[in-house]
Design a protein around this ligand. Structure first.
Ligand code: ADP
Ligand code: MG
Length: 594
């Protein structure tokens, strides 16, 4: 795994000399404002540092970024004769021609960031090119300061190879922007979030963020994404992260981690996708990810996930948006499907955990006051070692198939032992609901194709339901589809309907429950939404599933577990709530102090 994360698609290309793009190339570049607020400066400077092959990047912020922002890298640096020119518009060492736009290997390519930054601040560039390394450690690096587009100062300072860009007085000459700046706390929060994102996107690089003299973020650059996640969020993550790896062998590979359902959040901030090393927020890809978890998490919840999509450079168009956060992909449809499948396959199997989780862990937990002035090369504690998620656990379906039921708790939960000695708690109602739901869905889909019909269970006494007018018309149109589900229903004059049969099942108890809820189910069947069929299937499974409070013999427990092992999403009920609670071996060892 770590090998993959170490290899950035971006850093292998040697630097070319700086060039001013010709007007026809410049014209082809997505135009627009890039520097909207302090965090946009940091983003551009980070990308430059990454493009320069940095292994360590340090960011310092004061006064919410308005007073000072400084990004220091140990990348290949800027040659002396170019330093005064890099902040001119359309100067870049990254592309030469229009054709280069169609196979980018760098995050930057517009040649505008430094120019835009220098136009609205006082910017000081200090750099020493890697080619001068032979000249000794204390070789003086060149610095230039630009204010209002003019060079106001030149100087020299000893340093190792790499670049430091210091931005002071942001927006001093754009009062309209300044007026709309939010407080320093808000800006700092944006910057922390940005750094977290890049630290996850580039786990092999050491990141360090200092906000007003406090360390706000620090990663070790281990190259292991799981370690980076643990370092950033301060969680024992190995049991909560499911590795993903898939590829069609030609157009894409997808790898990364998807967090256990207990890490799900009520915002999308932790749904992170990198395409060829670039963090993107492309609508179709976001939608594809969301499609993957929509029915598997409670409504309004979003998973923690970090996925890396790698595609051949020529199949990616990053020149869509000035801030380069949108991309177009050549095989977008296939890739979107793959993303959906990746997310779904993990969350369908992801059990709940007994420990209540505070996520993110205390975000600034490692925030410390810096000892003395500034220190170089601070390291993160070694404890992250333990977080490596190396041995992928066996698939949940496999485990459920080999569970040994031990007992039933409160006539509601089956306790079962897994072969590795861990304990599973299984909610019997939800497990049964999931089994019925997938059964109905299979039959229904099959029935529609082959014109088959689910066998109904004829009721001794038909049930009458009353609809509102608009519901009655919708229901009437849907009667043939209901028949496909084993629900024999007919209009009984006016807004009344007569239900003669319900979907058949193996025991009578389910049917009794269904009959008691016929009114509610008929209303679902008459719902004015495109999801009504799925809602109805969910309603039917919920109402016919065995309830909590029913005693199960060990044979019945075994049968239910066996049925659950055969479904595609054994961890989540159709409403998105957990079916399984897992007390892992490490949990027991940890809690008992064995
Ligand atoms: P772009 O990144 O699109 O080329 P920028 O305005 O961000 O445009 O930077 C202009 C040029 O300055 C880059 O092409 C690169 O050659 C040089 N440069 C900027 N930042 C760095 C850095 N941290 N290390 C090395 N070179 C840099
Ligand atoms: Mg750039």
């Amino acid at each position: 795994m770590s090998q993959i994360h170490n290899a950035s698609p971006l850093l292998q290309i040697p630097r070319s000399p700086l060039l001013m793009l010709s007007p026809d190339v410049a014209e082809r570049i997505a135009a627009g404002e890039v520097i909207e607020r302090p965090v946009s400066v940091i983003k551009e400077l980070l990308e430059n540092a990454l493009d320069a092959g940095a292994k360590e990047i340090r960011v310092e912020v004061r006064g919410g970024g308005l007073r000072l922002m400084r990004v220091t890298d140990d990348g290949y640096g800027i040659p002396e004769d170019e330093l005064e020119h890099v902040s001119l518009r359309h100067t870049t060492s990254k592309i030469r021609s229009v054709e280069d736009l169609s196979h980018l290997h760098t995050l930057g390519f517009r040649g505008e960031a430094l120019a835009s930054i220098a136009a609205v601040s006082e910017a000081t560039l200090l750099s020493r090119a890697i080619e001068t390394d032979g000249l000794g450690e204390n070789h003086a690096a060149l610095s230039v300061t630009i204010r209002g587009g003019e060079i106001t100062q030149r100087g020299r300072r000893a340093r190792l190879h790499g670049t430091t860009v210091t931005v002071r007085d942001l927006f001093y000459n754009v009062p309209a922007r300044l007026k709309f700046m939010r407080g320093a706390r808000t800006e700092n929060a944006h910057m922390l979030q940005l750094l977290q994102r890049y630290a996850l996107g580039y786990p092999a690089i050491r990141f360090n963020l200092v906000v007003d003299e406090h360390i706000a973020l620090q990663t070790s650059g281990s190259g292991d994404l799981a370690v980076a996640l643990a370092e950033l969020y301060h969680l024992p993550l190995s049991e909560m992260l499911h590795p993903v790896h898939m590829s069609d062998g030609a157009h894409y590979t997808i790898h990364g981690y998807i967090g256990n359902r207990v890490l799900a959040q009520s915002n999308r901030q932790y749904v992170m996708l990198f395409v060829n090393g670039r963090w993107v927020q492309s609508r179709p890809l976001q939608d594809a990810l969301e499609e993957g978890y929509r029915s598997l998490l409670p409504k309004g919840k979003h998973p923690l996930l970090v996925l890396f999509l790698e595609v051949p450079a020529e199949q990616l168009d990053a020149n869509v948006h000035p801030a380069k956060i949108e991309v177009r992909l050549e095989y977008e449809g296939e890739i979107a499907d793959a993303l959906t499948r990746a997310v779904r396959s993990v969350l369908e199997q992801s059990p709940a955990l007994p420990d209540s989780i505070q996520f993110p862990g205390p975000v600034l937990a490692n925030q410390r006051r810096l000892p003395g002035p500034r220190r170089r090369g601070l390291r993160v504690s070694e404890s992250a070692e333990g977080y490596k998620a190396e041995n992928a656990p066996p698939g949940t379906t496999e485990v459920i198939g080999s569970l040994r039921p031990l007992a039933q708790l409160q006539q509601a939960v089956i306790l079962a032992e897994a072969p590795d000695g861990s304990l599973y708690l299984v909610d019997q109602h939800r497990a049964h609901e999931r089994v019925i739901y997938e059964h109905l869905r299979r039959l229904y889909a099959g029935g529609r194709q082959q014109d088959e019909i689910v066998e109904g269970h004829l009721l001794l006494e038909p049930v009458i339901v009353e609809m509102k007018r608009y519901q009655a018309d919708l229901l009437e149109q849907r009667l043939p589809m209901l028949r496909g589900l084993g629900i024999e229903c007919e209009r009984f004059g006016g807004r009344s309907f007569l239900i003669r049969s319900v979907p058949g099942g193996e025991d009578g108890a389910g049917q009794e429950q269904l009959v008691a809820h016929m009114q509610e189910l008929a209303e679902t069947a008459a719902e004015d939404s495109s999801d009504w069929e799925d809602h109805l299937l969910i309603g039917l499974s919920c109402r016919s599933a065995m309830r909590r409070g029913r005693e199960l013999g060990s044979g019945e427990q075994q049968a239910l577990l066996k049925a659950l092992a055969s479904v595609s999403a054994p961890a989540v009920c159709p409403h998105g709530s957990p079916i399984l609670l897992h007390y892992s071996r490490t949990f027991l060892i940890d809690k008992f102090d064995w």
